[in-house]
Design a protein around this ligand. Structure first.
Ligand code: CMP
Length: 229
């Protein structure tokens, strides 16, 4: 599929494949376009294809019976998803929804097996991707088990922050998701997120500036142990 090669090159692990491996994968992929808000597949669906995100963003999420949501991942260009059901032949482990209009490339189980037989390095790359995902999931488990909401929110803010334009001691976060989405990402209620932001503002740890959230030097002093952890 035309365009798939760009998505494969944007994937940190797959981009390491030989040109022949990349072309063999791209060649067997089929194009799929989905609109913002479309459910690409749902938790427990049968699945026999994996997806490469060529353009756009998707969220990987789970819901409980009351409709409460946990966002497992927010994926962008180059991400692969849907490989787990393909590999273990079990139903989908989560729901995946397009958060923007997306261009996807799909690869069926049969096509993947054919590519792996000709290019075993592709199997190794998939294993590396799974291993990386498990490391990230370990970090999420650690945060949920051992860190409180204040630290989980601080970590999310720090991981999206860039240096402030004028004050060298501050950081600036632009394009923050809604409070409901932040809640779903860090396993908290929207009310708790709202209260925690209010507490950060009251105590001078952050303030708003145009459309950005500014993390002050006091914020960074208090939470710098979370940077890179
Ligand atoms: P699959 O189980 O086929 O369908 C849901 C997909 O979501 C799954 O494959 C993975 O590709 C992806 N997924 C599941 N859990 C996570 C996670 N913790 N982080 C990132 N992606 C995930």
């Amino acid at each position: 599929m035309e365009g798939a090669i760009n998505g494969l090159r944007a994937n940190a692990t797959l981009s390491e494949l030989s040109e022949a491996g990349l072309l063999a994968l791209a060649d067997k992929m089929k194009r799929l376009q989905v609109g913002r808000g479309s459910v690409i597949f749902s938790y427990q669906d049968d699945g026999d294809a994996l997806y490469l995100l060529v353009e756009g963003r998707v969220k990987v999420h789970l819901h409980d019976a009351d409709g409460r949501e946990l966002i497992l991942a927010d994926l962008g260009t180059g991400a692969i998803f849907g490989e787990m059901a393909l590999l273990d032949d079990c139903p989908r482990s989560a729901t995946v929804t397009a958060s923007e209009n997306c261009l996807l490339a799909t690869l069926s189980r049969l096509a993947m097996m054919e590519v792996i037989q000709e290019h075993p390095e592709v199997a190794m790359a998939l294993l590396q991707m799974l291993s990386r995902r498990l490391r990230e999931a370990d970090q999420v488990i650690f945060d949920l088990a051992l860190r409180d909401v204040v630290e989980r929110l601080a970590r999310l803010l720090l991981s999206n922050a860039k240096p402030h334009a004028t004050d060298g001691e501050w950081l600036s976060v632009e394009g923050l998701p809604s409070q409901s989405e932040i809640a779903a990402r860090i396993g908290a209620s929207r009310e708790t997120i709202s209260r925690t932001f209010a507490h950060f503002r009251r105590t001078g740890l952050l303030h708003s500036e145009d459309k950005a959230t500014v993390l002050t030097g006091a914020f960074i002093d208090r939470f710098d142990h979370l940077i890179g952890s």
